[in-house]
Design a protein around this ligand. Structure first.
Ligand SMILES: [Zn+2]
Length: 488
């Protein structure tokens, strides 16, 4: 039995294998920022049994590993080429019946995406509910006249009636643009921005709906494609508001925008950037005050989601590693994840490592030997497939995991060097893990398993580290961690 397994069974009482882990931890720690660990170890009585470090942890579900192998670069290429064939997918482009029949404009793109979701659903015995969210945007800065906008999405309903109201979501925007935001007729291929993200959402739907027959997902997965992004995030804004108004338990939003891995020489195809907000956009003044007091600036739900993706990146061979960027988005740019952040949901953005601005928001042309335009030939379809695998593994892990623990509290009634945490039981959980890291560490470093009960006392000072609590099921799936709130 592996040390980790033993740990899970014996729980917080510990076992002989822990001392082995300590030796490794210190050795690895010294090489990889373990100084802080030693520092806080010295600052108080050294615990007799040290917890294991998280970095060596892999939480791999063989069924999920198998499912993501089904992601096909060739399918993704076909999707992107099809999207490009609609000519111009600007939100203000044609969507009348004749244009749809002619296969031109955003209306034709919308109908094709819908038909594609329906086709996947047919292949899985009707397992997907294909839906649209349509509304009319009033004239404004980027709309000359009232414009109908349609988001298209497919719902893979959770298999556990008690957990099906928990939702995880993947999205990309299917609208495109050229140099002129008011041009709805000339070519705006949008192969990378954001044919690539649309293809990720579709491919996740295809692969996970297929996998759902064998690998049941207790929570619900939504595969979304939105319009209006280039006009001002209009589609995602409407969708996120709907989710908020309808009280969706939306635990995670993965926004893929410009994940084509543009084939420029300086591209690094081994990584994909994952952007996450620090202070939540939806936090009230009182909440901001509390975050400031507690040093919680890097523990927004979106950032915990980003760290979760890092864990998925270690656990599965997606072909690309997440590179966490602790920032809402790139300079001068925005994206659909922000619409969800504004409604208080955890949401992150995936984007290729290095963007080529000659291949975004540009009329297709050649000037002084430079090719402009967002064409399929600049897209690395293998790279998009890798990003889709990372997304699919994240969605499947989250949808398989128990609900995150609720009402996580840290007792701060007395001055003491130990830390006591309490929480409420999660649906589907068989154990819990308390995880923590030094205040100056980017990612979780240590873990202590709690195999029974919903309370733990650790010989670690709450003043020196940041804690999180997550739920674990029998299959080893981890929930998103929850940062504790102090309670007196
Ligand atoms: Zn975009």
């Amino acid at each position: 039995m592996a040390c980790r397994e033993k740990l899970r069974l014996v729980g917080i009482a510990g076992s002989g294998c822990l001392s082995t882990v300590v030796v490794t931890a210190v050795a690895v720690g010294l090489a990889a920022g373990g100084f802080a660990y030693l520092a806080y170890g010295q600052a108080q009585e050294r615990p007799s049994q040290e917890p294991p470090r998280l970095a060596a942890d892999r939480h791999t579900d063989p069924r999920i590993a198998k499912a993501i192998e089904e992601v096909s670069a060739d399918r993704i290429r076909q999707t992107i080429e099809k999207l490009v064939s609609f000519g111009n997918r600007s939100t203000i482009s044609a969507q009348d019946e004749d244009s749809i029949k002619a296969g031109k404009g955003i209306g034709a793109a919308r109908e094709w995406i819908k038909a594609e979701f329906e086709r996947y659903s047919k292949e899985c015995g009707g397992c997907l509910e294909v839906k649209t969210d349509t509304f009319t945007e009033a004239p404004g800065e980027r709309f000359a006249k009232p414009t109908e906008i349609t988001n298209v999405y497919a719902v893979l309903r959770g298999s556990d009636a008690k957990q099906a109201d928990r939702i995880v979501l993947v999205t990309g925007h299917y609208d495109s643009r050229n140099s002129d935001i008011f041009n709805g007729t000339d070519p705006a291929p949008g192969a990378n921005d954001d044919g690539s993200g649309t293809a990720v959402s579709l491919e996740c739907a295809r692969v996970l709906s297929k996998a759902a027959a064998k690998t049941r997902f207790p929570a619900t997965i939504v595969f979304l494609t939105v319009a209006g992004e280039e006009q001002g995030l209009n589609g995602s804004k409407h969708f996120a508001q709907m989710a908020k108004q309808q009280g969706w338990k939306l635990e995670a939003v993965l926004n893929n925008d410009i994940v084509g891995g543009d084939r420029s020489r300086q591209q690094d195809a081994s990584v994909v950037r994952v952007f996450s907000e620090g202070l939540p956009a939806a936090a009230s003044e009182a909440e901001i005050k509390r975050i400031r007091m507690l040093g919680g600036e890097s523990d927004s739900p979106s950032r915990e989601l980003a760290r979760y993706i890092a864990d998925v990146g270690r656990s599965y061979d997606a072909g690309v590693k997440p590179l966490l960027i602790f920032r809402l988005d790139r300079f001068l740019r925005g994206g659909d994840h922000y619409s969800f952040n504004q409604q208080g949901f955890a949401a992150v953005r995936f984007t290729e490592f290095r963007e080529d601005y000659n291949h975004q928001h540009q009329n297709v042309r050649s000037e002084n030997g430079i090719e402009y335009g967002d064409l399929p030939k600049f897209v690395d379809f293998d790279y998009v497939a890798h990003v889709a695998r990372l997304n699919a593994a994240t969605l499947a892990s989250l949808a398989s995991a128990p609900a995150p623990p609720a009402t996580v509290r840290m007792l701060t009634k007395n001055l003491e060097n130990d830390t006591t945490l309490t929480w409420e039981p999660s649906a589907g959980a068989t154990a819990y893990e308390v995880i923590w890291r030094s205040t100056n560490a980017a990612d979780w470093e240590y873990v202590q398993t709690v195999s029974s009960g919903t309370r733990a006392t650790l010989k670690v000072s709450k003043d020196n580290v940041i804690f999180g609590v997550r739920a674990v099921d029998t299959g080893g799936h981890r929930s998103l961690p929850v940062a504790p709130e102090p309670e007196r």
